[in-house]
Design a protein around this ligand. Structure first.
Ligand SMILES: NC(=O)c1ccc[n+]([C@@H]2O[C@H](COP(=O)([O-])OP(=O)(O)OC[C@H]3O[C@@H](n4cnc5c(N)ncnc54)[C@H](O)[C@@H]3O)[C@@H](O)[C@H]2O)c1
Ligand SMILES: O=C(O)C(=O)C[C@]1(C(=O)O)C=C[C@@H](O)C=C1
Length: 308
């Protein structure tokens, strides 16, 4: 059991912030939780759901006197949050985030934090296509990776404290550089989302495919793409704008491999197609065998449905 955080401030209380609140409460990780969000309606929803002990619309008020501040806002908004909370952070306060992109968030946040505070960037690699405080659930992070990307010279005790917090939520914690994180996540998360947005957009644009037909025949693969393509537009706009280089690099590789597949189809090269499909099937089976995924993933839908 990690040492309890005395005062935990949560800035932003959507899917991720509210899941942290629920998990921290369920696993007894904090003595007091202060919840902040910008919109009164969202704050009221958080209060109705009992996600914290105190509620405020001011990030500075939430962060004042907090031992650990975790911001869970869109990737493009962390700088503004840091600017607001920087002046009120107490000596030794730890600031963290959950952004899906790391280098850009570190660039935004660092200039606004005082010397006496510690910044430990984090990214829980767990989510769903839902957003808002109702969508969260305590076990979202259980058995999922949480990647910490501490800048050089990060205070060891602050790093240990953030690691213990995420382990307390059930995550497996790994550390890496922000640049490496952004490259890995570009291919495992960001490009897959772009592909989903693109294929659903293309299908919807095709004249012959009316919206009702898209829904009517969306039973298998396409339906899975529509789930991903339902993810929050603000969040994903910010991810692509802030991980531009890595995404463009991975898209280049992706396009080359897609052209090779196009060529194999054009020239009837069944062996090339079979070899790739066989290899990718083995990858999926390896993931299931390693216990990282069930054969029929539910992506937290059952848990989210209970709370909505
Ligand atoms: N959704 C996922 O699957 C997932 C997974 C891991 C990490 N993340 C990261 O978590 C963060 C939050 O995502 P989420 O899914 O909880 O989103 P969400 O839309 O459910 O919640 C976002 C929260 O940020 C607040 N917010 C929105 N714009 C803001 C702004 N300009 N300034 C201050 N606050 C603002 C909203 O009021 C809300 O409280 C993002 O950085 C995202 O990259 C998301
Ligand atoms: O399961 C989903 O719906 C997700 O998209 C979660 C997912 C992912 O790509 O794996 C999305 C973005 C986050 O930064 C981390 C996790």
């Amino acid at each position: 059991m990690p040492e309890k955080i005395k005062r935990l401030a949560l800035i932003g209380i959507g899917l991720i912030g509210s899941s942290i609140a629920r998990g921290a409460c369920e696993y007894g990780l904090a003595e007091e939780i202060v919840v902040q969000t910008r919109r009164p309606e969202t704050l009221e929803a958080a209060e109705r759901l009992g996600l914290g002990d105190r509620y405020t619309l001011s990030a500075a008020e939430a962060a004042e006197g907090a031992d650990l501040v975790i911001a869970s806002v869109p990737v493009g908004a962390y700088g503004a949050v840091a600017e607001e909370i920087g002046p009120v952070l107490k000596p030794g306060a730890i600031v963290s985030d959950v952004g899906s992109v790391k280098a850009a968030v570190i660039r935004q946040v660092t200039p606004f934090l005082p010397e006496h505070a510690h910044f430990v960037p984090a990214h829980p690699v767990a989510g769903t296509e839902y957003s808002g405080p109702e969508a969260g659930f305590a076990d979202l992070f259980r058995s999922r990776w949480c990647i910490l990307t501490p800048p050089e010279g990060t205070d060891a005790a602050a790093l240990a404290s953030v690691r213990a917090f995420w382990e307390g939520l059930g995550s497996n914690v790994e550390t890496m550089t922000p640049e490496h994180h952004d490259m890995v996540l570009a291919i495992t998360s960001h490009v897959p989302h772009l592909i989903a947005y693109n294929i659903v957009g293309t299908a919807a644009d095709l004249e012959a495919v009316t919206e009702s037909e898209v829904m009517k025949f969306a039973a298998g693969g396409f339906r899975d793409f529509t789930r991903i393509a339902a993810s929050d537009p603000t969040m994903w706009r910010d991810v692509f704008l802030n991980n531009k280089e890595a995404v463009l690099e991975m898209l280049g590789r992706f396009n080359e491999d897609l052209s090779a597949l196009q060529r194999a189809i054009r020239w009837g090269d069944g062996d090339a197609l079979f070899e790739l499909f066989n290899r990718t099937r083995a990858i999926r089976r390896g993931i299931i065998a390693a216990g990282q995924e069930t054969a029929e993933p539910d992506f937290g839908r059952a848990a989210a449905a209970k709370t909505v």
